[in-house]
Design a protein around this ligand. Structure first.
Ligand code: PRP
Length: 210
């Protein structure tokens, strides 16, 4: 039995589509329900649909052998897992954003609203800028708008959320896309199933790029 953790939301549909190209089909996955563990039609694979930030945790602890999640989550969680493939979809950027022309470098302490606490700490530490992190779990753009923070560190995909709130990208921190991650022990003990699957996913992705 192989368990695959899928990040709920933006990423899951595309991950399901790629798995189908590798012959893994699940009627349970396609029909929304409240079931937490779903099976594929052959009963070889289990799926768990979890919060994006939890995918690396499930994979590190080996309760999921494989996971699909964003590079942003991997950067934040820093889990001891293998990142085997850049899947090339769900592309976006991690950015510092705020009101245009904000020169936060002039402040003694910069207030940064973000979900990505560890990424923010590292980024500003490298720039030798003192920060106070305000951890938010969503609608991070509200930070500067409502006067809670000077800037935000968040993902920008279309740029619509920033634009509609009169905010701009001030700096780009990292390019993000979906990644395939694997538990280190599972790759050894279940390599006969996982390796061919990874190879198939790699091919499916390459074909899409053609
Ligand atoms: C993410 C992110 C931004 C938005 C960026 O939020 O935190 O708010 O998407 O996308 P855009 O550049 O295409 O506008 P998400 O939709 O995941 O919801 P959240 O605010 O609840 O985290």
């Amino acid at each position: 039995m192989i368990t695959i953790a899928l990040a709920k939301g933006r990423l899951a549909d595309k991950a399901i589509e790629i798995l189908e190209k590798c012959g893994i089909e699940s009627d349970e996955l396609k029909n929304p329900s409240r079931k937490l563990i779903l099976k594929d039609n052959t009963q070889i694979y289990n799926f768990i649909l979890v919060k994006p930030s939890d995918v690396p945790t499930y994979v590190e602890y080996g309760v999921a052998d494989i996971g699909f999640c964003g590079k942003d989550t991997l950067m934040e969680e820093e889990r001891n897992i293998y990142e085997l493939l850049d899947l090339g979809f769900a592309k976006c950027k991690l950015c510092i954003a705020g009101y245009k022309d904000t020169d936060y470098t002039q402040k003694d302490t910069v207030r940064v609203a973000t979900k990505y606490v560890n990424v923010a700490k590292k980024y500003f530490y490298r720039k030798q800028i003192n920060i106070e992190i305000i951890k938010l779990n969503g609608s991070v753009e509200l930070g500067p708008v409502i006067g809670l923070s000077d800037v935000i560190l968040d993902i920008v995909e279309s740029g619509k959320t920033l634009a509609e709130n009169n905010l701009s990208v001030l700096e780009e921190v990292a390019d993000i896309s979906a990644r395939l991650v694997v538990n280190k022990v599972s790759l050894k003990t279940k390599g006969d199933i996982i390796r061919p699957l990874v190879a198939c996913i790699r091919e499916a992705i390459a074909k899409e790029d053609d």
